[in-house]
Design a protein around this ligand. Structure first.
Ligand SMILES: *Cc1c(COP(=O)(O)O)cnc(C)c1O
Length: 219
């Protein structure tokens, strides 16, 4: 599927949900994609991309930024504290703030560096043992803790369990955001971004539907 098709499906979903045109940001997830595919999407004028590893992103985006201006890069994968500084230098938003130790590190670095990317708190809505994210019942407390650290928390992020109805998880994330006065929701991927838009997504993270299947394994 092409970038243009995905954009038009997003517009249709926005309209169907009675939402303003342009209220949903498309993050093109370029992890493990060959550079020529990423470059083709850049040449079509798209500037917002998502990566799930700091190392991989550091190996490709500084080069692209020499040719393409106004990049808007989002970290959507787990962040180790020892890579936090590099992530804050590289990314305009981090969607995977998921534990107090990381929040404290980001706060300390933000003080030191004088800037901080937009932050999303990742919620493990399916309470899956292998998945990152704060548990739903701990979300209110963690959001308050991040705010007390003066972190720029913009919204919440989730990755629903593969075998469950994604809409239930999107609705839970929207409820948690609303009761904490957060207006950004990072939810929805290639297979379910329209459902996510219906439930209030402001950022959808779409990879394979734009770039084709990922050719290299992720790990
Ligand atoms: C890989 C990834 C995506 C994109 O997945 P697709 O199914 O290819 O659209 C979205 N979000 C996160 C957190 C990812 O790691």
């Amino acid at each position: 599927m092409s970038l243009a098709e995905i954009k038009s499906r997003i517009e249709t979903a926005e309209a169907a949900a009675g939402r303003a045109p342009g209220s949903v940001k498309l993050i093109a997830v370029s992890k493990v994609q060959p550079n020529d595919r990423v470059q083709a999407v850049l040449e079509e004028g798209h500037r917002c991309f998502g990566e799930n590893r700091v190392q991989e992103a550091a190996g490709k985006w500084p080069d692209f930024s020499k040719t393409f201006e106004n990049l808007d890069l989002h970290l959507i994968g787990p962040l180790q504290t020892n890579k936090a500084r590099q992530a804050m230098e590289l990314f305009h938003a981090i969607h995977s703030v998921d534990r107090p130790k990381l929040a404290k590190t980001l706060a300390r670095l933000a003080q030191e560096m004088g800037h901080c990317p937009d932050l999303f708190i990742q919620v493990n809505t399916g309470e899956e043992a292998q998945k990152a994210g704060i548990l739903p019942k701990e979300a209110d407390g963690f959001i308050a803790e991040c705010r007390a650290l003066d972190l720029p928390v913009k919204g919440l992020m989730c990755i629903p369990p593969v075998e469950e109805e994604a809409s239930l998880h999107f609705a839970l994330l929207a409820k948690l955001a609303k009761r904490n006065d957060l207006d950004s929701l990072s939810m929805g991927m290639s297979s379910d971004f329209e459902k996510a838009i219906a439930l209030g997504a402001t950022h959808v993270r779409v990879g394979s539907a734009i770039f084709g299947a990922r050719v290299k394994p992720e790990e």
